[in-house]
Design a protein around this ligand. Sequence first.
Ligand code: ADP
Length: 368
Amino acid sequence: MSRKDEITNPQLTGRDDPEHFFSLLMGNLPARIWIKDAIGRYVFVNSRLTSELGIEQEKWIGARDEELFPTIGQVYWRKDQQVLASGDPLVSTDQVERGKSLFVVRFPLAIDGKDHVGAVGVETTEQMSALIGFFHLRDELFRNERLRAIGEMASGLAHDLRNILNSSSLRLNILRAKAGVDFAEDVDALARTVNAAAERVRGLQEFVNERPQENLESCNLAILIAEAVEMVDYLIQKTPTVKGGAVKLELDIPPSLPKVWAFPNQVKHVIANLLINGREAMPEGGNLFIESRLLADTVEVALKDEGTGIPEEVFPKLFEPFFTTKDLGTGLGLSMAHDVMTRLNGRIRAENRSPAGAAIILNFPIAE
Ligand code: ADP
């Protein structure tokens, strides 16, 4: 009996036997499955993995990634360690042999009371892996943006508290001089409390001021835009909108633009996020445009859509962190864009278009 018969006619075999179904599943699932122990040694690999990599089963068992895949083994091992340390599943897109991408879910697994890491890897298309990569990075950037926004709030609060505590401290000094011996001890105790609070506030200020930096680089905007478009092209142009419409993106970027100062990675994400916003503003579908031109001292990039436009009352809050009008919005896209553009000495503004839609306009400083 062939494998195919087993699948189409399960009644021909032991259909009440869970082990039988398990081995059928393992043998036919279009996925790579493996289990490693807590020090990274393979204890199980399915036949798809052995056949696709052309490494026999015996060579896998007991071996580690660094022996089997000297160049990239360390990367896999780090992900396994993350799962072991956190006890949580980890989803990632792994680059494997010959430029293939696998969508991999690693998860903790106890076998005979010992920690192991199980994994299932499914091959993804290039577009899907770009998209998954984009959402991962977007999550990461939004996490940073959330921290930044909270940090900014905490920093403002710390600044005000410091002023209040400083003036309390000065008042206490005056009081100490006036109060005489009877109250000296109480005033001193109060002064110590105020100083301790000021110290805590100073610590908080230092903590929120620490932020990771990406270097400003002289960048070719046409390339940054192309890379941003590539990240979200699948979502923007190949996936129907909520109401089943289609979105088309048109680019008008002169090849002769001078280089600009930018944080390449962050700017790419800003542009990609603005494209997603434009798409979300057009539930019925429509056209998106990216237009770029050289002005006196800046290169301008306008992202235009034919969507709902921005209501008048929304304008004042548009760039505020956590401001959103969407049910599932984060309210961080435009605030991140504003932060990135400000830090690179550029500008960002929003306007409505006639007859419909909105435009977000970015200005970059020229690097040449
Ligand atoms: P989110 O997209 O998660 O809501 P953003 O900071 O990117 O967060 O956007 C904040 C709000 O600005 C959106 O909820 C929406 O109301 C408005 N907005 C952003 N882009 C557009 C656009 N292209 N057209 C209309 N409104 C927009």
